[in-house]
Each structure stands twice: as C-alpha cells, then as structure tokens.
Design a protein around this ligand. Structure first.
Ligand SMILES: Cc1cc2nc3c(=O)[nH]c(=O)nc-3n(C[C@H](O)[C@H](O)[C@H](O)COP(=O)(O)OP(=O)(O)OC[C@H]3O[C@@H](n4cnc5c(N)ncnc54)[C@H](O)[C@@H]3O)c2cc1C
Length: 403
C-alpha cells in the first residue's frame, strides 16, 4: 500500500451522513473552504464544523491552477494581505507536516514598453513600502536570471526592464488542499464529499442551514466558498455579488531537459510560464472574455498563447503540448477578493478569487476564521462586500493578469 493511501485510511473520516446540526457549515472543499475549517479548528477551537463538496476535495479550481504564489500586487492593502499569505506558505510544511513541494524561484515581470517599465518601477516601490521583496531590474539582469529569454523579443517585444519578485514561488496545488483537509479532519472537522448543497434554509432574514442531497443541516453560520458557483449560492440568500464567472485555460508541455529557474510573466503580452518539478513547462494567460460556466479549452487560445511564448522563449517551439484544461473563476468587478459578512445574518462568503486565489489560501482561511471567531480581522477589512456600496472598490486589474 502506498503512503498516500495509508494516510487516507488513517484519517478520521466521518462515516454515514452529516449530523443534523453544526456550529459552522462550509459549502465547498476547495482550498479556501478547507483552510477556513482548518483555522477555525486549530486557532479558535471551533471544531463542530462541517465542509460539504458537490465533487471531491480540490475538484474545483484549487486542483486546477498553475500554482503561482506571489505578493507583488499594485495596491497597498493587497500587497499586505498576499505577503502574509506568501509567508504562511513558507512555513506550511512545518505547520502541517505535509510536503507541499514549496519552491521559491522568483518571478520576472517583464516590461516591453516605456509605459510598462514605469508600471513595473511603481510596483517595485509600492511592494517595498509594504514589505514585499520586489526590485526593478534592467535587461542585463533579466538575461542573467533567465538566459533562455530572447530579450530582443524577436525584434518586436524588447525587454526594457522588469520587476523581480524575489519570493515568488510555486507549490503543488492538490498537496496544499490535502494538507488543510488532513489538518482539519484530525482536528475534528467533518468533511463530506459528493454532497451537493441544493439550497439554503432561511428563518426570516437569517440563514440557518443548508439543504443537501443527504438531508437538511442546521448551522449557526453558513460560509460559501464555492469558487465560480457563488452567484447561484449567494442568490439563494437573496445576496447579489458583483461577480462574473469566466473560464481560465492553462496548458502544459512535455519536459524541457534544462532548468528554467524563475517564473516568467508579461502583462503586455498577457502570458506567464513556469517549470513544473517534472520539467514540464506550464503556461497560462488571461481568462476567456465572455462569461461562462463551460470548462472547455480551445485551439485558438492555445495558438495565441503559444505564439507569444515562443517569441520570448524560442526553445519552447521544440516542445509539444501535452494537456490543456480550464476552471471557472469567480471574477470580481474590481479584481480583488470579497471576504466576510454577506449582509444576511448567518451567511458569510469567500469569493472573488478569480484567477489569483491559490496564493491566498492560507491567509484567506486564517482571516475568515478569525473574523467569524473574534469579530475582527483587520487584514481583510478592506475586502468586505460592503465596499461596493461605499464606493471603496479595491481596483487592481493590472496585478491579476499574470495570476
Ligand atoms: C487554470 C487556472 C490557473 C490558475 N492559476 C493560479 C495561480 O497560478 N495562482 C493563483 O493564486 N491562483 C490561480 N488560479 C485561481 C485559483 O485556482 C482559485 O482562485 C482558487 O483555487 C479558488 O479556491 P476556492 O476554494 O475559492 O474555490 P474552488 O477550489 O473552485 O472550490 C470550490 C468548491 O466548491 C464546490 N461546490 C460548488 N458548488 C457547490 C455546491 N452547491 N455544493 C457543494 N459544493 C459546491 C466545488 O465542487 C469546489 O470543489 C487559477 C485558476 C485556474 C482555473
């Protein structure tokens, strides 16, 4: 029997159906739902918690993403939040005892125009002011850090400079999700897979539970952490959220025999590339323009992406595309997360993670659990749903495109 199966069998799974009542029911066993459950149990002693998923653990975007962890955002509140999450990733293996394959490799965010160079210079200064390690570097340093780059950009997209984010990293996505799942289960949380939530139970204006295929469950608090399905779930409580669901595609090539150290990103060309531990090249770009719940990939997307990638990294024209896939992302109107109270008693939300929420799994769960347990979580205060009514949007679109 292999080690993973042994670990699975060893976990304290709840057998049978969920209990009729829990203090907290979390809809969605993705990274954010499980991290919230884990932190409720381990930081606040709240263990009468149930996590329900329509599919299996990590079957949403948390098991489909391109695993980039970074904190080089463009507004102070986001830099502070993502830096905290990035630091939590650095110690997650020690904390959970699970090998998440965390690998700090640095991220080069290239500028191909004077305007973009200014944006990257500003990003570096803003990041430094908020505690994130980002420097603006010239083309020579870019070339030194990544010799495979054609810094003339095929004569069309010259690299004028870049911001270099020293602590940019990757970690194996399903290992992260399982680290939190195991930790939560061991702390007494119940997790039920293949248990879709079909509605919310309301008592007057308050959410008091969920309807599931396995019967109704009462809850002191219900938390929605359902990725791209948030509009449906929030709609059951009468909550409208400024979210549109879009598909995001990604693809991977066969293994490249050499080592490509940093993560390479370009917001002018809108693509990013990193090398997986197996040596494969992992490529992503912008989400599909039209809103959709379809998880299909398209040849036109592959073609457009591949053209940009081989322009900057010519060696990649010798690689073959092995697989492509997509996930459906909850994209907020200001490109920032929405976390906290929904405006309806008994109902909290963790959404707006769009194409950038993997890196936020540790801090997102920690902070939402803290808000529920103590009533205060200053790091996520700016990201409440009420910011839209207060005209205090946290607009940061230029940070979202490269995950
Ligand atoms: C191709 C791709 C690449 C990405 N790359 C990156 C990256 O490099 N870096 C980064 O930071 N982010 C990235 N992301 C974004 C990141 O993956 C997501 O933001 C993050 O995983 C969201 O986690 P979550 O827990 O909120 O949602 P999910 O992981 O989607 O989990 C939601 C869960 O809710 C369940 N669910 C839905 N409806 C119901 C229901 N009615 N009842 C019960 N369960 C339900 C689903 O089955 C699912 O398991 C990428 C996303 C994609 C698709």
């Amino acid at each position: 029997m292999n080690e993973f199966v042994e670990t699975l069998l060893d976990l304290p799974w709840q057998v049978g159906d969920p209990k009729p009542t829990y203090d907290v029911v979390i809809i969605g066993a993705g990274g954010h739902g499980l991290s919230t459950a884990y932190h409720l149990a381990t930081r606040h002693g709240i263990t009468n918690v149930c996590v329900l998923d329509a599919g299996f653990i990590g079957s949403g975007n948390s098991g489909r993403n391109t695993t980039i962890i970074r904190s080089n955002y463009g507004i102070p509140e986001s830099v502070a939040f993502y830096q905290h999450s990035l630091e939590m990733y650095q110690t997650l293996e020690d904390e959970t005892g699970c090998w998440i394959m965390h690998n700090q490799k640095g991220q080069i965010w290239m500028a191909h125009s004077v305007m973009s160079a200014r944006t990257e210079q500003t990003r570096a200064l803003m990041n430094q002011a908020m505690g994130a390690k980002t420097d603006y570097i010239g083309p020579d340093e870019v070339q030194r850090l990544c010799p495979q780059l054609d810094i003339t950009g095929g004569g069309r997209y010259p690299v004028m400079g870049a911001s270099y984010h020293h602590e940019g990293a990757t970690a194996r996505h399903d290992r992260v999700v399982w680290a939190y799942a195991q930790g939560a289960l061991r702390a007494g949380v119940h997790v039920f897979q293949h248990t879709p939530v079909t509605g919310l139970i309301m008592s007057g204006d308050r959410v008091t539970g969920v309807r599931t295929a396995k019967g109704d469950i009462s809850a002191g608090t219900v938390i929605s952490a359902v990725g791209g399905h948030v509009s449906t779930v929030a709609g059951w409580a009468g909550v409208r959220i400024p979210i549109r669901t879009h598909a995001l595609q990604a693809f991977v090539t066969n293994a490249y025999s050499q080592y490509l150290a940093p993560i390479i990103s370009s917001s002018d060309l809108v693509f990013y590339v990193s090398q997986t531990p197996r040596g494969q090249m992992l490529i992503g770009a912008e989400f599909d323009r039209f809103a959709s719940y379809r998880q299909a990939t398209s040849f036109s997307y592959l073609q457009a992406c591949a053209k940009k990638v081989v322009t900057m990294l010519p060696f990649m024209s010798n690689l073959r595309i092995l697989r492509s896939w997509a996930g459906i992302c909850d994209v907020s109107s200001d490109f920032s997360p929405i976390m906290g109270h929904s405006g309806v008693d008994g109902f909290m939300i963790s959404t707006g993670w769009g194409t950038w929420g993997f890196k936020a799994i540790p801090a997102g769960g920690e902070q939402l659990a803290q808000l529920l347990a103590t009533g205060s979580a200053p790091l996520i205060e700016p990201f409440g749903l009420d910011r839209f009514a207060k005209e205090a949007a946290m607009a940061d679109p230029s940070s979202a495109g490269t995950r």
